[in-house]
Write a protein that binds this ligand. Structure first.
Ligand code: FE2
Length: 208
């Protein structure tokens, strides 16, 4: 995802048409969020990385180890690319068997998980992200990060994220984050979350 090609980090295309998530998330929101905000982070990343030891390295490596503005722009480039994949116009998706079992283990049931994820997203003060992650001990957790911060930085494997910066929802819902989070949950891409979980689980088995 978003790997440097010829030493240039690219803005990934949205995996669906701009209007595909309506009415949950409007075309106008995606237009500004993807084509302006995300593009600006990628552009700035490309400016800042020149002349640093990170030039041409995979984006994830910058996110894990860079500092300051380079980290902020790289992390926002990474987080947004991840976020677009957490959304889908496809309805009726569900967690894979493995993910469902892990969610049951950590949160009691998929419904409890959704409740806790919603509560965490609403409790995040200011700009940031709400994540479902795998912790180093293999358990699942819901964690919030501030501003551009990302679980990759803290040894976690991200499975799902919700962007709770106001730019993600202000055009559609103004200051009503609750309505945005509820809408987000209606277009949640369980196939992507399951794919992330299953990939992490296979890697764990290989490493064992
Ligand atoms: Fe955003």
């Amino acid at each position: 995802m978003n790997i440097a090609t010829d030493h240039v980090y690219k803005l990934p295309e949205l995996p669906y048409p701009m209007e595909a998530l309506e009415p949950a998330i409007s075309r106008k929101t995606l237009l500004y969020h993807h084509d302006r905000h995300h593009r600006a982070y990628v552009t700035k990343l490309n400016e800042l990385v020149v002349g640093t030891p990170f030039h041409g390295t995979p984006l994830e490596e910058i996110v894990r180890t860079a500092q300051g503005a380079l980290f902020n722009n790289a992390a926002q480039a990474y987080n947004h690319a991840f976020y677009w994949n957490c959304l889908t116009p496809r309805q009726g998706l569900a967690p894979s068997d493995g993910l469902r079992a892990a969610i049951k283990n950590s949160f009691g049931s998929p419904e409890h998980f959704i409740d806790q994820f919603r509560t965490s997203a609403l409790a995040k003060f200011g700009s940031g992200w709400t994540w479902l992650v795998i912790k180093p001990d293999g358990s699942l957790a819901i964690e919030n990060t501030n501003d551009a911060d990302t679980p990759l930085r803290h040894g976690r494997t991200p499975l799902l994220t919700c962007d709770v910066w106001e730019h993600a929802y202000y055009l559609d819902y103004q200051n009503e984050r609750r309505r945005y989070v509820d809408a987000f949950l209606k277009v949640l891409n369980w196939a992507f979350v399951s794919q992330n979980f299953d990939a992490a689980h296979s890697k764990e088995k290989e490493d064992a």
